[in-house]
Structure formats: structure tokens, C-alpha cells
Design a protein around this ligand. Sequence first.
Ligand code: HEM
Length: 375
Amino acid sequence: MEWNENGLLPLEWFKKMRRESPVVLSGNDDQVWEVFGYDDVKAVFTNHDIYSSSPFPDSEDPLEHSILRQDPPKHRQLRRLVTQAFTPRVVESLAPKIQSITTSLLDEAENKGRMDAIADLASPLPIVVIAEMLGVSLDHREQFKAWSDALVGNSGEAFNQCQREMSEYFAEIAEDRRRHPQDDLVTKLVEARIDNEHLTDLEIIGFCILLLVAGNETTTNLIASAMLGFDSLPDVRAQLLSDRSLIPGALEEVFRYFSPVQLMFRRVKQDTVLGGQELKQGQFVHIWMASANHDEKVFDRPEAFNIHRNPNPHLGLGSGIHYCLGSQLARLESKIAIETLLDRFPKYRRDRAEKLARMDSTMMFALKELPIVLT
Ligand code: HEM
């Protein structure tokens, strides 16, 4: 069973690149390497001594000061600090909350008889969960959405503007929690110490911004892609309806097949050789997980959407020391969303009169809308 309507996933291009130029320079200035094969992508993810996650260490952008953009030893210290907020026990304890948010979003949709799966379910769900964890007001839900869109989009201007707005917003919240501690993540961050030093404002703000970006757009796209995939492949839907225990495996296949995050990047720290090419210190590397996830050397019939793949060693959540911190949360949110949807609307169907279109983002596989008829 295959899906690639209107060629929305660049699978043919990935295949060509894996075959003809698996590690290749792109653009005019010879500064960026594009990496397409599974083994090479994994090597870049796991060799953090050679490939730095901190491309712009001198930048004043808060996101550049977040855990995502740190190398060891700083990365290890920050990771230890925030891991406590994402232990399996903490994540599991969020299940009732996630369930009740999902139920109320679907109640609203049921009244209308139809929904845009993105605006009405897949986007608000993770936003509300993260806002709860951070301890920030839900009145800003729409604003959060606009910010996360801008942060993963292709417009540099919108990206900078939004980082400025988010910085002001979170600086105020951090200041408030210093004075009035609460039982939330921002309070933990302002109280945390590494080597007896508090985190800087830039680091705290960077982490908050990262959680919004890393947790929202990604999970939204995973849930929307799952709904799209299960609707497009009737046999898959039938199997999931008759056996709910297949849902987690099916979601892993969504991570692989659709790759909500299509690529990540690194900077070369020291001259090295990858796939027979000589990479020079200071150059950048685009690691195409979306292509690695369709590498025929690792995945049997990669263009088949197979919910029974076992093992399914996809790289959709990264690999190595930066492996997604929110992976269990993303899995739980999407499992609850899909289970509840299938329970209540087993015959939900996509409104095919509307043409699917991708958002203007190379980094994410994100649809603009996914109109659904609920029956
Ligand atoms: C479908 C959902 C998700 C996908 C596909 C995804 C993907 C990823 C990937 C690929 C990385 C590694 C980046 C790198 O190596 O440079 C990552 C890291 C990270 N993710 Fe996720 N993510 C998802 C959901 C979440 C959620 C729900 C949260 C938090 C609420 C989250 C928080 C993070 C954080 C904090 C990091 C940085 C970890 C570090 O640098 O050590 N992610 N994610």
C-alpha cells in the first residue's frame, strides 16, 4: 500500500539522490552538504564530536542557546536538568488531561459535522498540553500557533520577528516565576542551577521557545499525517479498527513514512570524510531523515506503508544525544488522538474535493489544511 498524492512527499527525488549523490554540496557557495543515505544520516547524528549542533555559537537568538543547539558538556548538563520533566511517569500522568482535551475538541467538531483536522484537533492538542506543562495561559493559544508556524517556515524575517516577540513574552513569565514560584516548568527552569549557576535568561527563553516549536508543529504534523494515511489506505484503517493494539506500530510507521521533521542540520567541527566526500571544518550539513527513512538498504519496500514493520528503526525522532526529549509525549498524544477518533468516528473521511497542499516549509512535512467529514 502506497501513498504519495500529488507527489507531496519528495520520495522520487530522495531516491535519485540516494542513488546518484548521497552526500553532495548544494547551492552556489559550496557551504552546505546534503546527506541522504541512512548510514550517513545516522553517522552525522551520532558523531557529535565531529558534527556540532551549535551552528551559530555567537548568535543572540534564544533558540541558539537552547538545548537543541548545545554540544557536550553543556548539552549533557541541560539535558539532565530537563529530563526530569519528561520521565515516563510524568508523561503517563498527563494521559487523563490529554484525553479530556481530545474529547472536548472532538465534541466541538461533532457539532459541526466536519472539521479541519489541523486547526480543530492536531494543532490545539499539543499546544494546550505544552502550555499546561510550561504553566502559561491558554489565552495565548492563537498567538502560540502563529509563532510556531513562523519558526518553522521559510521566511527569515518572520522567524526573527517572532523570536523577538517570544523573548519578551517568556522573559516576563520567567521574571514572574522568580517572584511567585509555581508548580510548573518555567519555575523549575528559573530555580535550576548548573555548577551552582542559574541558567541565563537567554537559555531559559530558548528552552521555552524550543518546546513550543519542537512540541507543537511536529506533533500536529504527526497526527494529521496519521489521519491522512489511515483514510487513504482503507485496509490499514480496517486493521486498526479491529485491533487497537496495532495503533502504536502504525504511528511508528507514520514517523517513518511521512517524517514530520524532514531534515535537521549540523556544522562540521573538524575536517572529515563522509560517503567518500571531504567535508571541511565550518561547512554545514543538512541531514535528510526523510530520505534515510526511505532507504531501501534498511527498509524493505520503503514506499509501502506497512504498519507491521518490526523492527522499524526510523530516524524520525533523531538519534544520539539529541534524540527527541518529547518522544514519549508525542507518542502518547498521537495514540490518544487516533484511538479517540477511531472510537467515535470510525468512518471519518477526508473531503477529497479540497486539494491537499503543503505549508511553505522544507524542514517539516506540514499540510495547510486537512478537511474531514465526520459521520
Ligand atoms: C512528532 C513529534 C516530534 C518529532 C517528529 C520530533 C523530532 C525531534 C528530532 C528529530 C529531534 C532531534 C534534533 C537534533 O538531533 O538536532 C528532537 C529533539 C527534541 N525534541 Fe522532539 N519531536 C517531536 C515531539 C516533541 C515534543 C512533544 C517535545 C516536547 C514537548 C519535543 C521536544 C524536543 C526537545 C527538547 C529536543 C532537543 C533534545 C536535545 O537537544 O537533547 N519534541 N525532536
